[in-house]
Structure formats: structure tokens, C-alpha cells
Design a protein around this ligand. Structure first.
Ligand code: FES
Ligand code: FE2
Length: 338
């Protein structure tokens, strides 16, 4: 197989689509870790992710069609059922196809409205997103956002606070008056890296468009899955915190590594801010923020993230990024890193 040979990433779960977007009558080409895949939904409702390759002569199955709940190869019309078994060779319709005539399926699961696949054997479960299940939280899906950038660079940006005033001025910070960051800690827990709270003032931090004080806790659970929850405190006209009305805004970011220098970000949001904003306002805000991020992250050089801390310059305010890179290095992630 071409593409990624990195066991850490091959044995991890990666998002390849929103569950809501996948219809039963369509073949979806997908690219993951430099490999071409085909995704489709059979009549049972189950989503399938296979290598985009016909075992007969190597044609791309995604260029074929679906007929009677089977994938039809575009070249000689061999048909594959949802178990991946070839059921028909049209040029010899009375013969039972040989056992070796099979598609190459991968593990698939659905979580948080996302379709995940694993190209190897899953080394762990999909990273948890606890706020998603809290009945007091509204939930939204946003993206996908396509970055012509390395997946680790994209996720590190998601974990980075000191860019807020400059990249997201008027939303997440004020460029003319950037907040000095408090000293924070990053701990390795059994679920991954977790920061202590980082406090910043945000002129429009939560889709209601009002100034707030945000206290961020960042986590990175898997090499390409990050999460933050910000504890929100409303502030009055003088900028003082209005105590006793804390709300929360959580974002879960799963990065699909298309290849070493391209990535797609799939976003789940969960928030209990009051009054609850319209779903469209939340999604529109994500669209603005991730577009601002994209414009910066696509310019970063070298494109592959330097996991070796001797490269690039690190400051204590970047502790989360430093620990993320060191963790990638400890796990010996090689695909997409330097
Ligand atoms: S290559 Fe698929 S049927 Fe021949
Ligand atoms: Fe950002």
C-alpha cells in the first residue's frame, strides 16, 4: 500500500465525514493518510469504508455505482455486497465468484455525528467528548474546514491561545490590547494532555456577541483530536466579572490527515450559554474563526511539524504546543512530523 506506514496513525480512528451527509445511493471518494478510500452507506444503515480499489484490475470503485445495495465496479461490473464479498462477475454470470474476489474493508464507527475509520487495528476507543451528552448543552456540527496544511500544525493552532488577539481580533481578543497570559500547567493524564485554566478577555467570544471572560481548559486526547472547554464569565461595562453565572462552551476538533501536508477539520460544539444562541450563529462564528486560522496555518514553514523541540523557538506561553510536540515524539509519530 502507498501512503502512511506509521503504526500510531494507522491504528488510530480518523474522521472521514458527517453521518448526516452520507446517503444510501452514492459512493464517496475519501482520502486519508495518503490513501484513497471509498465510503458508502448500505441499506442496513451501516457506513462502509473500503480501499478505493477493485481486486480484479485495480480500478477505482468510487467511480462506479450502487445497484441493489451493492457496489458495481466501473470497469468490468463486478459487484460487491456490504460484507465486501463479490457476488457477480457479469462476464460469467452463472459462476460463483472465487473467495478471493473481495473488497478491502476498514473498521468504521459513528460518534458525535461523525463517521470514523481505522485503517489498521484500533489501539484505543474514539476520544470522548463528555459535554456532547449533557442535556443542558446545545450541540452543533461545523466544518469541514480544509487546510492546505499539516494536520498537527492545524491541531496545534487549535490549542494555541496567544494568537487570539492577532488572528481573531474582535472575537477572541483585542490586537491593540492583548492579554498577558497567566502561568498555566499541562499534565499528562490517562486520557491525554490537559492544561489548567488560561484566562483571556474576549470581546465576542461565544456567538452572543457580548464581551466575556473566558477560562480555557485545553486537552489533546489523541495525536489528531483536541478539545477545549471555556468557562465563561459575563462582564459588565467596566470589564468586571459578573460572578455566579458561569457557563461553558466546549469544542471538539478532529483533524483528518489527508496526507502529510493537507488536513480537514471536523468540529463538534457543545454550549450551555444563556440565552442560547441560534445554531446558525454558532456555526457562522466557527466558519469565521477557522477561516482566519486557515489563512495563517497554511503559511507555516516547514510544512511538517517539527516534533523535535530543537527546531523553532518555544516560550512558556506555548507550553501546550511544546508538550503536544514532545508527546508526538514520545509516541514516535513519524508521518507528518520532522
Ligand atoms: S477492475 Fe473492477 S471489475 Fe475489473
Ligand atoms: Fe485560532
Amino acid at each position: 500500500m502507498d501512503g502512511c506506514q506509521d503504526p500510531v496513525l494507522l491504528n488510530d480512528w480518523h474522521v472521514v465525514g458527517f453521518d448526516r451527509d452520507i446517503k444510501t445511493d452514492t459512493l464517496y471518494p475519501v482520502r486519508l493518510l495518503g490513501r484513497d478510500l471509498v465510503m458508502w452507506r448500505s441499506n442496513s444503515g451501516q457506513v462502509q469504508v473500503w480501499e478505493d480499489l477493485c481486486v480484479h484490475r485495480g480500478a477505482q470503485l468510487s467511480k462506479g455505482s450502487i445497484c441493489d445495495n451493492q457496489v458495481v465496479c466501473p470497469y468490468h461490473g463486478w459487484r460487491y455486497d456490504e460484507s465486501g464479498r463479490c457476488t457477480l462477475i457479469p462476464s460469467a454470470p452463472d459462476e460463483k465468484p472465487m473467495i478471493k474476489a473481495r473488497a478491502f474493508p476498514h473498521h468504521v464507527c459513528e460518534r458525535y455525528g461523525l463517521i470514523w475509520t481505522c485503517l489498521g487495528e484500533p489501539s484505543s476507543d474514539v476520544a470522548r467528548f463528555d459535554e456532547w451528552h449533557d442535556p443542558n448543552f446545545m450541540t452543533v456540527l461545523a466544518g469541514p474546514y480544509h487546510f492546505k496544511a499539516n494536520g498537527f500544525r492545524s491541531l496545534e493552532n487549535f490549542l494555541d491561545v496567544s494568537h487570539f488577539p492577532f488572528v481573531h481580533g474582535a472575537y477572541n481578543g483585542v490586537a491593540s490590547k492583548p492579554d498577558a497570559l497567566n502561568r498555566y500547567k499541562v499534565e499528562m493524564t490517562e486520557r491525554g494532555l490537559v492544561s489548567s485554566e488560561i484566562r483571556v478577555m474576549q470581546p465576542g467570544g461565544d456567538a452572543r456577541g457580548v464581551p466575556i471572560m473566558s477560562n480555557y481548559t485545553f486537552s489533546v486526547y489523541r495525536p489528531l483530536v483536541g478539545h477545549f472547554v471555556k468557562r465563561i464569565q459575563d462582564i459588565d461595562e467596566k470589564g468586571s466579572v459578573v460572578e455566579g453565572y458561569d457557563t461553558h462552551y466546549a469544542t471538539y476538533c478532529a483533524v483528518q490527515p489527508i496526507d502529510e501536508t493537507h488536513s480537514t477539520l471536523w468540529i463538534c460544539g457543545a454550549l450551555d450559554v444563556k440565552p442560547a444562541p441560534a445554531e446558525k450563529a454558532v456555526v457562522d462564528r466557527y466558519d469565521v474563526i477557522f477561516e482566519q486560522d486557515r489563512q495563517i496555518v497554511e503559511t507555516q514553514k516547514p510544512e511538517r511539524i517539527p516534533a523535535d523541540l530543537r527546531y523553532e523557538l518555544h516560550h512558556w506561553t506555548d507550553l501546550m504546543g511544546q508538550r503536544y510536540r514532545r508527546w508526538l515524539r514520545e509516541m514516535e509519530v513519524s508521518y507528518g512530523t520532522l
